[in-house]
Design a binder for this molecule. Structure first.
Ligand code: ZN
Length: 76
């Protein structure tokens, strides 16, 4: 696989790369037209940043909280 050189990256100044499917999408696009992945603003290396998935974040915290409560009541 050939890595794109900085000169090649200059060509795509009006686009960013989808972090999910690596396809080129418009700079201001919030959703990838190819894979429907949510995209953030343009990050380093011309890649789109992944926006924070708050739903998954909160679910993870809740899951750990439930686990902590379970451990507290089951073993102490
Ligand atoms: Zn995509």
């Amino acid at each position: 696989m050939v890595r794109p050189s900085p000169a090649m990256m200059k060509k795509h100044e009006s686009t960013k790369k989808c972090s999910n499917c690596y396809g080129y999408v418009a700079l201001d696009a919030n959703v990838c037209p190819m894979c429907k992945a949510k995209l953030g603003k343009l990050g380093r290396h011309g890649m789109a940043e992944q926006p924070i998935n708050w739903k998954a974040y909160i679910l993870c915290v809740l899951a750990w909280l439930a686990f902590a409560i379970y451990v507290k009541f089951a073993f102490f």
